[in-house]
Write a protein that binds this ligand. Structure first.
Ligand SMILES: *Cc1c(COP(=O)(O)O)cnc(C)c1O
Length: 424
């Protein structure tokens, strides 16, 4: 029995899949106390897009700390926050002609989502929010209400309301555009749906099984929002910060969300940090109306600013990311064909892809075998049936391939033999 068994709550989850003691981390490797190195295809659930302890970010942080830079600043103006805002504007907003006010929320994704939902309800004077099947937005009550997962919802202990669930893209089959259903509901005065304040959507559902919305679907969703005067909230907490192959996951769709949430990889270093981006005329907050003690994580501002300058000042980084995404796509596609027979299918987009297998049990066994062979990888989806590759975006290609080799070995071992035979 370790102290984790005797003292740490039963609520632990990832720790159960990887029952070793990690001590160090570097780039795309997590290293245990006894110096076993694992390739990290989980990357802090998408919080480590630039890998662990990136030397440029590390140096910026160490220098800042050594110079007695402010650690905790509430929401006061600090030099670190100023630098972050400058860099975010220069390298992200301006080149994309995006105009948003930046709200520093409490440092978790869920808190950024709470702020987005509150503001949408406040500015429209409406209560209802349309949300999607298999969506995941965090586990605080407001965010949980718009989340689909029964396991998480069940822990709330209160009625979760204020939302109308709509089928996500592909939920009713590939041929059906579910934005038509939303349109129909909203056009029908007798549909029983209260006019929503907003729609909240992930363009690629992270926890919900790597369901990637089609570009046209996102465009149609935006059109429905405009037609019925609903605010469009894109929760880009997991798919954002380059994970999809562009900084924001909706760039290829050319849509203009009214509110955007970012967190996970925003600090670039795994430090807690979240923002809600607000269309300027919607920034109708009273001072402190949505607050939080830890809105001023200046260490996160420092690493975030360093990351923006290091990776987003030109296209070089994204070129590499998209090369990796191609390798990933190619290899996963190969696996679906080889072990397929319909029981393995590809999912996702960019560096947020995976394979769906028969059920959660099979996916769990695949991940377990991967772990035994030196790869950290997790599942997602309604039944945890999707094996999800979330490698750091800048993982060296050879290492990405090595990780995928481990994954393929595990898939070959765990997928029932008749399928493999039939595929051969
Ligand atoms: C992780 C996640 C959240 C919640 O973030 P926390 O920091 O865990 O509260 C919200 N939305 C999406 C899309 C996420 O992936």
């Amino acid at each position: 029995m370790t102290i984790f068994d005797t003292l740490e709550s039963e609520v632990q989850s990832y720790a159960r899949s990887f029952p070793v003691e990690f001590a160090r981390a570097e780039g795309s490797y997590l290293i245990t106390r006894d110096e076993t190195a694992y390739i990290d295809f989980l990357a802090g659930a998408g919080s480590l897009n630039y890998g662990h302890n990136h030397p440029v970010l590390q140096e910026a942080l160490v220098d800042y700390i050594k110079s007695n830079g402010i650690t905790h600043g509430l929401d006061m103006h600090t030099s670190a926050k100023k630098d972050f805002l400058h860099h975010f504007n220069e390298f992200i907003l301006k080149p994309r002609s995006m105009e948003y006010m930046v709200q520093f929320t409490g440092p978790t994704g869920a808190n950024a989502v709470e702020a987005a939902l509150k503001l949408a309800r406040k500015t429209t004077g409406r209560t209802n929010v349309a949300s999607f099947t298999n969506g995941f937005h965090g586990v605080t009550l407001g965010a949980l209400a718009v989340t689909g997962n029964t396991h998480h919802r069940g822990a709330s202990g209160v009625t979760l309301g204020g939302t109308t669930r709509v089928p996500f893209d592909g939920y009713l089959g590939e041929d059906y555009d579910t934005t038509e259903y939303l349109d129909k509901l909203l056009s029908d005065g007798s549909s029983g749906i209260d006019h929503p304040a907003a729609v909240i959507v992930e363009t690629i559902q992270g926890e919900g099984g790597l369901n990637a919305a089609r570009i046209e679907w996102l465009q149609n969703l935006e059109a429905v929002c405009r037609k019925y005067d609903l605010l469009l909230i894109v929760d880009d907490i997991q798919a954002g910060c380059g994970r999809s192959g562009t900084f924001f996951s909706f760039e290829d769709a050319g849509i203009k969300p009214d509110i955007i949430t970012l967190s996970k990889s925003l600090s670039g270093y795994g430090l807690p940090f979240a923002v809600t981006l607000i269309r300027p005329d919607l920034d109708q907050w009273e001072p402190g109306e949505h607050n939080g003690t830890f809105r001023g994580n200046n260490h996160a501002f420092v690493t975030a600013a360093a990351a923006l300058k290091e990776f987003w000042k030109d296209d070089e980084f994204l070129v590499g990311v998209n090369e990796n995404a191609k390798i990933l796509h190619h290899r996963l596609l190969e696996m679906t064909l080889k072990y397929g027979n319909g029981s393995v299918t590809g999912r996702g987009r960019g560096m947020m892809q995976g394979i769906a297998v028969e059920n959660g049990e099979v996916a769990g066994r695949i991940c377990k075998t991967c772990f035994e062979n030196g790869l950290i990888i997790e599942t997602s989806g309604a039944d945890d049936e999707v094996v999800k590759c979330l490698a750091p975006l800048n993982i060296p290609s050879e290492l990405l391939i090595k990780g995928l080799d481990i994954l393929e070995d595990a898939v070959a071992r765990e997928i029932p033999a008749p399928n493999i035979k039939a595929a051969e």
